[in-house]
Design a protein around this ligand. Structure first.
Ligand code: B12
Length: 178
């Protein structure tokens, strides 16, 4: 025979389980909607004319982006010793270019870079493979689309490359630029 007391305890347990399940469902749903928040890849809108396949979306969480491959071309035809070098990053979660560069440097001892941090803008690339930008010489590492040569409208902390994109860092002067 089940006593009234036992029935009451059973009902209490059920109520507790239901509350627990409800809290779990709400939390899981919140986590999902946070992950589902999307940011358009085309943040700088300067890939017009590009035949590159376009990733549909990038999650706010960079680590959740699809694996992509990006080629970095490093080009200095401005100051001796000239050099041209290429480094590829394979199957890296799609996110801001600076993380792809870190991966490239981790995998290739021949690729080194340093950067200066500017509040709200992020990192500006100051040195690549020992060659540094200089205010006195009015030189900098320009971030360009390849092969069009169009200047990216965002820096490395904001620009999110597309799959199979080729990006060029070109050592040049801003003295001749308007
Ligand atoms: C002048 C200038 C430059 C000069 C700076 C030369 C110098 N030392 O004076 C040069 C030509 C080097 C330059 C380069 C670039 N720039 Co610029 N630049 C500017 C500009 C017109 C004025 C900056 C300034 O003098 N501010 C006043 C001073 C007192 O403040 P400051 O904080 O000390 O300024 C420094 C920083 O702004 C820094 N800086 C300049 N450009 C950039 C870009 C990035 C991404 C970062 C982190 C820092 C940075 O250099 C300034 C002088 O030290 C701004 C637009 C603006 N109105 O702010 C764009 C601006 C900051 N640049 C921009 C961009 C995109 C670039 C490049 C990525 C362009 C490219 N495709 O190569 C490169 C950086 C590449 C790299 N190596 O990482 C964007 C940044 C957008 C973003 N959110 O990422 C801006 C906002 C222009 C724009 N609206 O498109 N730039």
């Amino acid at each position: 025979m089940i006593s009234h007391h036992q029935l009451q305890r059973f009902a209490n347990m059920q109520a507790f389980l239901c509350t627990f399940l409800l809290i779990f469902a709400v939390t899981a749903n919140l986590a999902c909607s946070r992950q589902a928040k999307k940011t358009d890849t085309n943040v700088d809108g300067d890939d017009s004319g590009s035949k590159l396949p376009r990733a549909p979306t990038v999650t706010a969480c960079g680590l959740c982006g699809n694996p992509i491959s990006v080629t970095l071309k490093l080009n200095n035809q401005f100051k001796t010793p000239y050099f041209e070098y290429e480094v590829k990053v394979n199957n890296h979660p799609q996110r801001e270019l600076i993380y792809m560069m870190q991966q490239a440097a981790d995998k290739n001892p021949a690729f080194k870079f340093s950067a200066d941090y500017f509040a709200s803008l992020g990192f500006s690339i100051s040195t690549i493979n020992g060659l540094s930008a200089s205010v006195d010489d009015k030189t900098y590492w320009a971030l360009l689309d390849h092969p069009s040569g169009a200047a990216k409208k965002l820096g490395v902390s904001s620009y999110i490359p597309l799959n199979n994109e080729v990006i060029m860092f070109n050592f040049t002067t801003w003295a001749t630029h308007t």
